[in-house]
Ligand binder design. Structure first.
Ligand SMILES: [Zn+2]
Length: 238
């Protein structure tokens, strides 16, 4: 059952039948970072959802082939820009539909943030009409590639102006938070990324990147996935 609870700094929401209602995290400078978890499972050692962002950038074969080799399904939050720049990578995703489930990461990778600020160096969308175009154009690109309407949206940088969340939900999308940030924007060394990802426990929705083949963190994602698989962790998509 869907539950909505608005508090001054936290809001809980139902993200779908299989997901636990979760908090919108601690505001950072007036922005919120939504948290999302799966409902607890009775599976041992547990079940998690791996999500990876294809922000503008390139195809990371270390991460992609690890998922395929290990047989781990993953939800890929993909931007229209990434699809335009990486037709070969997109073809790889489409050739393994049992592994790669594509969802909406926006058209131009503009954080759904109002005003004039920058977030992690990114120019923000700034206004609701621009956010609407970012979300709907991103969804149209996913639909063009997959033939299916995406149901989840994850904003660039994972941060939102609070008032943009009901606005995006009203456009027909669930907000894709996460509970475990494995690579801090693909900025962490491989060993640390692997350790963080491998620490995922039942119900976790993990976040990382699949668009930075030249950064060390991608090797850590592949290593962390292998460790989780070896310990018997089960995987699901959003
Ligand atoms: Zn991104």
């Amino acid at each position: 059952m869907c539950r909505l609870c608005v508090k001054p700094t936290r809001r809980e929401f139902c993200a779908g039948a299989m997901m636990a209602p979760l908090a919108l995290g601690t505001p950072r400078g007036g922005l919120v970072e939504p948290s999302l978890r799966l409902e607890p499972s009775s599976i041992s050692p547990g079940r998690i959802a791996v999500t990876l962002d294809a922000c503008p950038g390139h195809f990371d074969p270390r991460v992609a082939t690890a998922l395929v080799t290990l047989g781990i399904p993953a939800t890929i939050f993909i931007t229209a820009l990434w699809m335009e720049w990486n037709p070969g990578g997109l073809a790889y995703f489409m050739s393994h539909p049992e592994i790669f489930h594509l969802e909406n990461h926006g058209a131009l990778h503009l954080p759904p943030v109002l005003g004039n600020q920058r977030v992690y160096g990114l120019k923000v969308a700034g206004s609701l009409p621009v956010i609407r175009a970012e979300v709907l154009d991103g969804a149209a690109a996913v639909r063009a590639a997959t033939g299916k309407q995406p149901s989840w949206y994850r904003g660039a940088a994972g941060l939102y102006s609070p008032e943009t969340i009901p606005f995006i939900e009203a456009l027909g999308f669930k907000i894709a938070g996460y509970s475990l940030n494995s690579d801090e924007g693909a900025s962490l060394p491989a060993a640390i990324t692997a350790k963080r990802l491998a620490a995922a426990r039942d119900g976790e929705v993990t976040e990382g990147h699949i668009n930075q083949p030249l950064r060390a963190s991608g090797a850590g994602i592949a290593e962390g996935l292998a460790k989780l698989k070896a310990e018997g962790m089960q995987f699901t998509t959003l």
